[in-house]
Design a protein around this ligand. Sequence first.
Ligand code: HEM
Length: 400
Amino acid sequence: MTTFSFVLPDVIADPYPHYQRIRAEEPVYWDEVMQGFMVLRYDDVAALFRDPRSSAARLQSGLALLPPAERDRIAPLYQSLSRWVLFLEGAAHTRLRPLVAGGFLPRIVKAMRPSVERVVDELLEPIRASRRMDAIRDLAYPLPAIVIAEVLGVPPAERDRFKGWSLALADFFGAGRPTPATALRAQAAVVELEAYMKGIIADHRAQPRDDLLSAFLGADESGQRLTEKEILSTCAMLLFAGHETTTNLIGNGLLALLRHPDELARLRADRSLLGSALEELLRYDAPVQVTTRVVLEDLEVAGCRVPAGKRLALCMGSANRDPAQFEDPDRLDLGRRDNRHLSFGLGGHFCLGAPLARLEAEVAFSAVLDRMPELRLAGETPRFRPNAGLRGLESLPVVF
Ligand code: HEM
């Protein structure tokens, strides 16, 4: 019987030796915190991402973990979440996904580059002279929040509200299981954000542009379009899906480079490695460690019976370090080839924001490499936030 738990401090600090042990001993086990069967091997996680019996329509099974009286109090939250493409399957997902994907067409993401570069410049300018920064507070945390705010047409004065909403959503979803307090805070965030976005959407309707929000307002080739409610809920989803995930890629990636000075020097000497380096950093310390599914029919996974109705926790953090898939999986190799990590998921729900996340990380890492020679950790051991699903640092003080 596995006693491992995501919330133990030494697991938060470094889950990988734990995954390694359990993957060998009990590759599928019941996890009390997640209230689901945790799946640790690469092949099993990949297969379940594609298996129609393992459904992403897991909203009800997740909220069922709350006491019944509390569930009634979060009806507005439930209504918004039930329109998130992340939680839909079948015809509803097939209809919604291409409409949301329309906001991430290569042309639209490419047009975001100058704005991402400007935001990175603005963030790094104030710390240029001091030659030190907290890479989370000063770069990795604000960058994706500001980029999403800009992408959604939110003016700079409102950015702090945006960050607060994002934090409430991350605490609710990342904690493994919801609590009444995190659910109510997430609800307040979603309600406020949707109310706020109404004005911005009206503005875009009156004056369409070539951007993500205008793409959401338009119809696709077959004449389908998002309803006003779907657009509002999708905006809330993008803030959740695109903020801390990207923060964690930049923060965890920077920490991995600082802990592997030879690899950092290799990248400085050969910048053509940046593309494979980003994929390796995504694999090595996955920003999203685990995602959930609900089982529609009895299943057997790695010899373990998983009854219909139970939750699955697919652990990409473990799958990405599985020696059956990756040679020398605990080694950071910025030139790694054939790197089929699962950090963006797989199959029908594969991350729609992956091109934007890669763009932001590329611009951020390029700026760090260009402007911060002799970059090193500033003493203290960096601490990870106690969040089971979203693995990211509280702070990362560096000097250069
Ligand atoms: C490094 C950063 C990111 C990581 C690691 C990440 C990871 C993921 C993962 C694992 C999934 C699949 C979840 C599942 O199947 O249960 C997903 C889905 C999704 N992501 Fe990302 N994501 C990142 C950035 C972004 C950004 C920047 C956006 C947009 C602003 C975004 C938007 C989405 C959307 C819309 C989906 C749902 C797709 C669907 O369900 O059909 N993500 N992401």
